[in-house]
Design a protein around this ligand. Structure first.
Ligand code: 6GU
Length: 251
């Protein structure tokens, strides 16, 4: 996948993108990352990229001419190449999720625009932006960290990045549930023992136990996720049991 990132702070990406998974993605040629400094597209003698808003109110906005020139410079201009999604990172976007990461991973190219200051001239959206993404309900000083979150989560779904085949299918959120507990050696640590069922090595029993643990953890921490999860009759029965246990504790 080719990703072009437009940013005022390209250096913010160098260390994170050269470690761990992102480094692996580049090493395996699953990621072809191009960083572009928005300032290079200013034609102003002071390399200015922002200006004051019409109507006052304070703050500075990224200028439409600079931003549109920057985006158009990275878009393929021939018929043979379809226009990639041009994603603006902004707290006003749709909230990023596992599903959106999978959706983005289907594209051979993405263009990611990092917003800054108090935002951008609305005509940037109207002219070149095709999608807007937020990573949650809080405000960051710029879109760079959010862009890295989106790239990391997306690249995990691009073929061959994950070590164990299909590890992304076992992830928290892949089936709508959180993951349960995991253990490695030693069998007893500070008096805490690995559950018997895992030690015994009966795989159908282990599968059933893991599913119940995932269900229990989701019930305890993120009950909102259970409404969307696909559950068997047996699992719905377990949820009813958890609810009864909660009710017992309240008595
Ligand atoms: Cl994408 N940008 C900024 N500036 N703040 C955010 C965000 C993005 N997502 C959540 N907060």
């Amino acid at each position: 996948m080719r990703i072009d990132v437009l940013t005022l702070f390209p250096n913010m990406f160098t260390s994170p993108m050269n470690e761990s998974m992102m480094w692996k993605a580049k090493d395996r040629q699953l990621l072809d990352l191009h960083l572009h400094d928005i300032r290079d597209y200013s034609q102003d003698k002071h390399r200015a990229v922002d200006d004051t808003p019409y109507g006052g109110g304070g703050g500075m906005l990224l200028r439409a001419d600079v931003m549109v020139r920057a985006v158009e410079s990275v878009l393929p201009m021939d018929e043979a190449h379809p226009t990639p999604p041009v994603i603006l990172m902004t707290p006003q976007g749709r909230v990023f999720s596992h599903e959106i990461a999978r959706e983005l991973a289907q594209h051979p190219r993405l263009v990611i625009v990092c917003s800054h200051y108090e935002g951008e001239d609305e005509r940037v959206r109207q002219l070149v932006i095709t999608d807007e993404i937020s990573i949650g309900d809080y405000v960051l000083t710029g879109g760079e960290l959010a862009a890295m979150v989106v790239m990391d989560a997306t690249l995990r779904h691009v073929g061959g990045l994950l070590g164990a085949e299909g590890a992304e299918l076992r992830d928290s959120h892949a089936d709508g549930l959180l993951e349960g507990a995991h253990y490695t050696r030693p069998v007893v640590f500070r008096g805490l023992e690995v559950p018997q069922v895992l030690q015994a090595g009966n795989h159908p029993q282990i599968q059933a136990w893991r599913r119940e643990q995932a269900l229990r953890r989701t019930w305890e921490r993120r009950r909102d996720l259970l409404r969307k999860a696909k559950l068997t009759e047996q699992e719905k029965y377990l949820l009813a049991k958890f609810a009864r246990e909660d009710a017992q504790r309240l008595k």
